[in-house]
Design a binder for this molecule. Structure first.
Ligand code: CMC
Length: 484
């Protein structure tokens, strides 16, 4: 590598010491590690825990401006509302591609030829069957278990079947070696994860309906097979509605990746310890479920139900402005204009409503959208609809239960997580464990005091209500301790 031109650098003067440092700028980034060399002597009376002599730390709560990886997968321009997978605009992919073709693109970097696509589709579908023991696993959940609890556990459970995919058993370089046999082993796990994502999601659905499980069918598209696995009740020649199948395929393309969101970061952070990919995907699933992320599509519908009708929208908007409510489905860490996916979802919704009939909440959603887009509070903060604002309405119109919406987000996002995981495992120079630093503001050193001479601690655990104890138990008398 040639010498860095001086203009491509940042000059930092540390006013504590008067020293000047030159930090190279590469691809519009500076290395946080460069700040580690900027140390100063500890000041009189300064806390030891500040570690001043060990170099400056870069504090970025919530990763507001920290890049943690170099990536070639997804590009977002949040100001212009641009989203591209491997350079292809999301609008073109939604219009022309299929979910598995887009999956290939995200994971392997280019659009496949017809032959390559056929092989990939065949492998994914070939790996969609679940071991018959999985039926017991799915049935072991409580009757009203949230499907995300089931699915998150299911990915972890799946890993227990494949000892050949576990670096703890096979050696820690299992996925970082970059030789053909290791890459082939990695790709097999990728087929399994994508293939079984729909099967497990469908099983989580069926177990709660009290339906028997079905074997994944052949001759269907990825989303067609998913619909079949959820809905088939033994009818002859069952074929899902093509409009719904296509709509789901488009939604899956839109949800397949979104660069380093919370769940993808979780997958990479977990994967950076070189754990098996099943555990990393289970961690991503858990992260996605929060209402600030993939749980937002469910939250939008609950919000719309609570608003009820368009006449109640102004009062709701005022409550948001008083900070009593959150307008779910609005705002984004990266987009400071409308999320480009939201336009495609809105168009897809119209196609779906032609088949299913309009959702009764649509008018309330439109009134809420229009009111927010005109209101100074939202304009000033650059809050616009994100992908979740409209997607929940489609899922509702298609008859999915509310708590299944985040599952419909996870299934396609497995692809994005895997693409990033694969890229990280195979990156030049191997994988470094993601171990951030903290700024310690707690106590300085203090000495242990025996329990008899200690005062009450400043904070005690809160008292809790023992819901298992009935009035009758409280009125009963017994010897010894209660278990509850
Ligand atoms: N309703 C009301 N106020 C909001 C909203 C909202 N939906 N989103 C942001 N704000 C306000 C926020 O209170 C803050 O105001 P102020 O500066 O006066 O304190 C300002 O806008 C900036 O918001 P922020 O919370 O600092 O922004 P962030 O980048 O940390 O959070 C977000 C992004 C998506 C978590 C947030 O916009 C949000 O909570 N939205 C609702 C949940 C949602 O729809 N999530 C789905 C995101 S898209 C799909 C996905 O990633 O899964």
């Amino acid at each position: 590598m040639g010498k860095q031109p001086e203009s491509e650098s940042l000059t930092v003067r540390d006013n504590r010491t008067g020293k000047t440092y030159n930090v190279p700028i590469v691809n519009n980034t500076v290395s946080a590690s460069a700040f580690k060399s900027m140390s100063a002597p500890k000041k009189e009376g300064e806390r030891d825990e500040n570690d001043t002599e060990k170099g400056l730390r870069v504090l970025d709560k919530g990763f507001m401006n920290t890049a943690v990886i170099q990536s070639e997968i997804t590009y977002i321009d949040g100001d212009a509302g641009v989203l591209r997978y491997r350079g292809y605009p999301i609008e073109q992919l939604a219009l022309h591609s299929s979910f598995l073709e887009t999956a290939y693109l995200l994971i392997y970097g280019s659009l496949p030829s017809k032959r390559q696509l056929h092989t990939f589709e065949t492998e994914v579908m070939h790996h969609s069957g679940a071991h018959s023991d999985a039926e017991d696993f799915f049935r072991s959940f409580r009757y009203d278990a949230h499907p995300m609890a089931i699915l998150t556990s299911a990915f972890s459970y799946l890993g227990s079947y494949y000892s050949e995919a576990n670096p703890s058993l096979q050696g820690q370089t299992l996925f970082t070696k970059r030789d053909p046999a290791s890459i082939s082993n990695m790709d097999k796990q990728i087929y399994r994860l994508i293939g079984k994502a729909t099967t497990f999601a469908a099983m989580a659905y069926r177990v709660r309906q009290g339906r028997d499980f079905v074997t994944p069918p052949t001759g269907f598209s990825y989303t067609g097979a998913f619909l079949y696995q959820m809905d088939h009740l033994g009818e002859e020649n069952y074929v899902p509605n093509p409009v719904l199948e296509k709509a789901l395929d488009i939604l899956f393309i839109l949800h397949a990746d979104h660069e380093l969101n919370a769940s993808c970061t979780t997958v990479l952070q977990t994967g950076s310890s070189l754990v098996d990919p099943y555990s990393a995907i289970a961690a991503g699933c858990a992260s996605l479920y929060g209402p600030l992320h993939g749980g937002a599509n469910e939250a939008v519908i609950r919000m719309l139900i609570s608003i009820g009708k368009p006449e109640n929208v102004p009062a709701f908007i005022e409550a948001v402005k008083r900070r009593e409510k959150v307008l779910s489905g609005f705002g984004h860490r990266v987009y400071k204009t409308s999320d480009p996916r939201s336009f495609i979802v809105r168009r897809t919704a119209d196609e779906v409503f032609k088949v299913t009939g309009k959702d009764e909440l649509l008018e309330t959603a439109m009134a809420l959208h229009d009111a927010a887009m005109k209101d100074e509070f939202f304009i000033k903060r650059k809050l616009a609809p994100n992908v979740d604002f409209w997607s929940g309405l489609i899922y509702r119109a298609m008859g999915f239960p509310l708590d299944f919406f985040p599952v419909l987000f996870v299934v396609p996002r497995v692809v994005g997580w895997i693409a990033h995981w694969r890229q990280m495992m195979l990156q030049e120079g191997g994988v470094k464990i993601w171990r951030p630093r903290q700024v310690y503001l707690g106590s300085g050193k203090r000495d242990y005091e025996p329990v008899d001479s200690r005062p009450d601690a400043q904070i005690a655990p809160s008292p809790v209500v023992h819901s298992g104890i009935t009035k009758r138990t409280n009125l009963a008398s017994f010897k010894g301790k209660s278990k509850l």
